[in-house]
Design a protein around this ligand. Structure first.
Ligand code: 5RP
Length: 222
């Protein structure tokens, strides 16, 4: 199976986790696009969606799915999103599509994070994929220096990218993330950091992994 076929497979499989009559949390990216397309087939059975990016909002609306404002929701049962890397505890690196801040906001509303990914995303130790960090532009150089001194990481500005929130993205290479919770906690405190793309506090509870043999379900709470 091609990578696109694996993405379509897990996008459809995630429908099993949608709770009828509720608002579904929707992430961002090529795997999520497959989920959105599948969601359209059951749109009359859900109240609508809450979206993590302008890109996903436009796709949802074009398929006739109502998009709610996150401020109007107390909580949602499920958030479905992809990942750039996921480890065996459900910790993730996210933000390859620059949507990490809104992704964390919607994940924070959700009782359960369902990650959908092809098997190339499952890793022993995260950090091979450059860790995205959304920063206020005037803090970019200082945050880059902090990554170098605290973790030996090399941060570069993602050229030509402005987030949906009007900020910049730093991509940090050369990290080995052995303690995702500690890294997320520390980096979040650096002035000018809006969001670090380490999802430890908002880890996945379930991962639907596309493999050549079909969908492998990993339940991290078991
Ligand atoms: C966007 C993300 C995506 O979930 C991540 O980049 C995976 O994307 P794809 O499904 O296209 O591989 O975090 O900010």
């Amino acid at each position: 199976m091609t990578q696109d076929e694996l993405k379509a497979l897990v996008g459809r499989a995630a429908l099993d986790f949608v709770v009828p009559g509720t608002v579904v949390g929707v992430g961002t990216g090529s795997t999520v696009n497959c989920f959105i397309d599948a969601l359209a087939s059951i749109k009359h059975r859900i109240a609508g969606a809450v979206s993590s990016s302008v890109q996903s909002t436009l796709r949802l609306q074009s398929l006739g799915i109502k998009v709610f404002d996150a401020n109007d929701l107390l909580s949602i049962p499920v958030y479905v999103d992809g990942a750039d890397e996921i480890d065996h505890r459900g910790f993730m690196v996210k933000g390859g599509g620059a949507a990490l801040t809104r992704e964390k906001i919607v994940a924070d509303l959700a009782e359960r994070f369902v990650c959908i990914a092809d098997e190339s995303k499952l890793v022993e130790t995260m950090g091979r994929f450059p860790v995205p960090v959304e920063v206020i532009t005037m803090a970019a150089a200082q945050v880059a220096r902090r990554f170098a001194s605290a973790y030996g990481g090399v941060a570069t500005l993602r050229a030509g990218v402005t987030t949906d929130n009007g900020n910049a993205i730093l991509d940090v290479r050369g990290l080995s993330i052995t303690d995702p919770l500690a890294m997320e906690t520390e980096v979040n405190q650096w002035p000018g950091v809006v969001t670090v793309g380490v999802f430890a506090r908002h880890r996945a509870r379930v991962c639907l992994l596309g493999t050549a043999q079909g969908v492998r379900t990993i339940d991290f709470d078991r």
